[in-house]
Design a protein. Structure first.
Length: 123
């Protein structure tokens, strides 16, 4: 159920939000939230690819999947990946969040392209 706000927004609030620089997406907690969302998308698209008969091409996750099976191996590999990247983000004075997120955008895009090709999509 929605409630109407009793007060009007502060003067100029919309202008301040609209004027926020793109830099705010690259600093603070936004890159970490984007990273977590990309990890979840990678897991979802990888599992869907497994259901379509596709395999894992990552040299990092491959050994986990071969040793533990598809779902436990994928989850164990993702936990290990998040741990290693989390340590990188924590110990670096100027971590490259945007670069890591860009790489996972490419991974998710690749997964989606393979899924589309398997389903007879656009590729």
């Amino acid at each position: 159920m929605f409630h109407q706000l009793s007060e009007a927004p502060a003067e100029g609030a919309r202008e301040r939000v609209a004027a926020m620089p793109i830099q705010s997406l690259l600093t603070g907690s936004a890159p970490i939230a984007i990273f977590i969302a990309l990890q979840m998308l990678d897991v979802a698209t990888t599992l869907f690819g497994f259901r379509l008969g596709l395999g894992e091409g990552s040299p990092v996750l491959g050994p986990f999947i071969r040793a533990l099976g598809p779902v436990p191996g994928l989850l164990a590999g993702k936990i290990a990946t998040c741990f290693v990247l989390g340590a990188y983000f924590y110990f670096r004075t100027n971590p490259k969040y945007w670069f890591v997120n860009f790489l996972f955008v490419l991974v998710v895009g690749w997964n989606l392209a393979l899924i589309a090709s398997r389903l007879g999509g656009f590729i």
